[in-house]
Design a protein around this ligand. Sequence first.
Ligand SMILES: O=C(O)CCC(=O)C(=O)O
Length: 293
Amino acid sequence: MGSGMQSVHRSKAKPQDVPEFRIVENVIGPDAVRAYKEDGVVCLRNAISNDWLDVIELGIQQALQGASTNLDVVRKKGDQGQFSVSSQAWQNVEPFERFIFDSPVADLAWPFLESRYLCLYYDFLLIKEAHSENAATPWHQDHAYYPARGRKVINSWIALDPIPRSTALRFYRGSHQAGVLYRAVNFENQDHDYRHVRKDRPEVPDIDNDKGIEILNTAMEPGDMLIWNSYTLHCAPGNNLDRRRAAFSVNWLGDDVTYDEMPALETYLDAELVSGDRLISRKFPLVRGSVEA
Ligand SMILES: O=C(O)CCC(=O)C(=O)O
């Protein structure tokens, strides 16, 4: 990501709460899955224990010290704090790998996919340091960037710091349901096309100025985890706090997802796959379940 100025995301509609569920003994109930299907996002309170958060922090130290080969650190124009993102780091950052494969995160995510199996797509680290107000994330769908077909793709996004509503993610309620894939947005500068833009797709609508749209958001504590569908439109403001606002997310694939070759970031590409292949490979490994019916 580069240093283009971002607009501040303030929809005219007052946000409602993301449906929330308190996690006890790593059990996901049918209510949580129902709410995810309806709204496209849920918040699982107390999902990840402090011990596992410590493992993620260890991974962050290693990633920032050079272990992540795909790390981008920028300071947006006018900001005091830096904005860092890293993806697909688990192959080089052992604590991230340990968290993904050994913690309860996979078991918490799997029920939402209603899939025979769960496959790892990629991990994503996002750190907005204190006063990185311009490090806003524009409205987008994660799936718009993926060379992938299918609807069973989710993001499990773990808060590593307290996140008040003022810096929290915002979701366009139910926007996953129509199955429309919008044009990928250029995070560095919204006035310019994304480098792999697909003009055959419609532009993301003007959500902030549409009073009819219901926006969901919620404050989060460390260890709370959002689950959202890859078609759900979402955005986030920059960080106006005097402290870090960080998250670690793991993105997962289910049994309806196939590879769909198109220009995309290296994170999502795999030379071992061709269009139509089931999206499983050494890069995108099976984590739970079985491919056999
Ligand atoms: O927290 C943010 O700023 C945005 C995160 C996001 O949009 C994502 O991980 O897809």
